[in-house]
Design a protein around this ligand. Structure first.
Ligand code: NAD
Ligand code: ZN
Length: 251
C-alpha cells in the first residue's frame, strides 16, 4: 500500500547513510498522547505550559506530578510496528541512525541502538544544583511528587529539554553531523513546530538527502519532502520496509 516509485526504492537500497527523525506521532499508536493532538492536556493544563523552566520554577510539585503520570503511561506502553521496523532496519547496517524528540524510551525498548534522544528521557532526573543524573522508576528514585538529589539533597528535575531551553551540545553536534551526511531522511510523526528537529530535516535535504515524510497531516516540512505518506507510521513503515527488502523475513 505504501507504493514507492521504483527510483525511490532504488535510492533507498543504494543509500549508505539513512537517518530516521521521529516525533511524538510515532508513539501515538502505542497509546502515548502527542502534545498537540487530543490528550495534550492534563487536568486543566496544556502540555506546552507544563514543559517549561518557568512552570518548574513556580510549581515544581505540579510539574513532577505531571511527569510521574506521563512516566506511568510510558511504562505501560509497548513499542509498536513503527518502532520495531526502525530497529529491524538499523540491525542491517551501522550507518542507519535515529534521532528522536521522544522521551518515552520506546525506541530503545524496540531494540534501536544508534539512537540520539535529543530531548532527554522521562525515566531520568538530574540535580538542579550538582547536575548528577539518576534513573527513575523501579530501578531508581521512585517516590511520587518532588524528588531530591541523594548526593547534595537539592531538588531534582526531569532530565528533559523543556520549551525555551538549550540542547545538550554534544548530542546536537552529533545530530547535525548525521543530518549533513544522510542520503535519505525519514521524518516521522513530527509536527515540525520545534525548530531544531525541523532544521535537522531541512539540513539533510539541503545537503542532498531524499526526504520521506510519514504523517497523517501535512506539516511545514511537507513542501521540502520528495515523498509524503499521509498514513500512520505503524502501518506505513512496515510496508515501506517490505517494498525495499522484499526478501527479508518478517522477524
Ligand atoms: P507533536 O505533538 O507536536 O506532533 C505530533 C505529530 O505526529 C503531528 O504532526 C501528528 O499529525 C503526527 N501523528 C499523529 N499520529 C501519528 C501516527 N500514527 N503516525 C505518524 N504521525 C502521527 O509532537 P512533536 O513534533 O514530537 O513535538 C512535541 C514535543 O513534545 C517534542 O519535543 C517531544 O519531546 C515532546 N513529546 C514527546 C512525547 C513522547 O515521548 N512520546 C509525547 C508528546 C510530546
Ligand atoms: Zn545534587
Amino acid at each position: 500500500m505504501s507504493t514507492l516509485s521504483p527510483d525511490v526504492i532504488q535510492r533507498i537500497r543504494s543509500a549508505k547513510n539513512i537517518l530516521f527523525l521521529t516525533g511524538a506521532g510515532i508513539s501515538s499508536e502505542s497509546g502515548i498522547p502527542t502534545f498537540r493532538g487530543e490528550g495534550g492536556y492534563w487536568k486543566t493544563f496544556k502540555a506546552e505550559e507544563l514543559a517549561t523552566p518557568e512552570a518548574f520554577e513556580n510549581h515544581p510539585d505540579v510539574v513532577w506530578e505531571w511527569y510521574d503520570w506521563r512516566r506511568g503511561i510510558c511504562l505501560d506502553a509497548k513499542p509498536n510496528e513503527g518502532h520495531l521496523t526502525i530497529a529491524k532496519w538499523q540491525s542491517l547496517s551501522p550507518s542507519i541512525n535515529l534521532i528522536t524528540q521522544n522521551v518515552d524510551g520506546l525506541h530503545s525498548r524496540a531494540g534501536s541502538k544508534n539512537l540520539l534522544e535529543i530531548h532527554g528521557n522521562i525515566f531520568r532526573a538530574r540535580c538542579t544544583s550538582c547536575r548528577e543524573k539518576f534513573s527513575l522508576g523501579e530501578d531508581g528514585i521512585n517516590q511520587p511528587g518532588l524528588k531530591f538529589c541523594p548526593v547534595c539533597e537539592s531538588l531534582l528535575r526531569p532530565d528533559i529539554v523543556w520549551f525555551g531551553e538549550g540542547y545538550d551540545n554534544k548530542l546536537l553536534t552529533k545530530a547535525w553531523e548525521l543530518s549533513k551526511v544522510a542520503h535519505i531522511v525519514f521524518v516521522i510523526g513530527t509536527s515540525a513546530n520545534v525548530s531544531v528537529p525541523a532544521n535537522l530535516a531541512l539540513t539533510a535535504i539541503r545537503n542532498g538527502a531524499l526526504g520521506i515524510e510519514i504523517n497523517p497531516e501535512t506539516t511545514t516540512l511537507t513542501p521540502s519532502m520528495q515523498v509524503h505518506f499521509g498514513g500512520k507510521s505503524g502501518e506505513v513503515l512496515p510496508e515501506i520496509f517490505k517494498e525495499v527488502f522484499p526478501d527479508t523475513k518478517r522477524n
